[in-house]
Design a protein. Structure first.
Length: 94
């Protein structure tokens, strides 16, 4: 198997805020918290803005859909086993 074939098999996790891609989901978590939530707490899915990270977490937790719930788990939980990684994976086409 060539190196390029191996690279295409490595999952890429995409930031819901800016689209930057990461090989490891824990790196995505660090990126979201440091780059997107340190000064501006907004929801990337519905564009609502919040005064604090806790208000954003409450919003994500209370909405009953998988996208909000998985972002809540990603930024709130210490262990990433609760995160359904498919919601942050890059689409096959791009």
């Amino acid at each position: 198997m060539s190196n390029s074939e191996l690279q295409t098999r490595i999952p890429k996790f995409k930031c819901p805020y800016c689209g930057q891609k990461f090989k490891i989901i824990s790196t995505l978590k660090q990126h979201i918290i440091k780059k997107h939530l340190q000064y501006n707490c907004s929801c990337p899915y519905c564009n609502k803005e919040f005064e604090s990270l806790n208000e954003l977490k409450t919003h994500l937790y209370n909405l009953n859909d998988e996208y909000h719930w998985n972002l809540y788990n990603l930024i709130s939980r210490k262990h990433l086993k609760f995160v359904d990684k498919k919601f942050f994976m890059e689409n096959e086409g791009g």
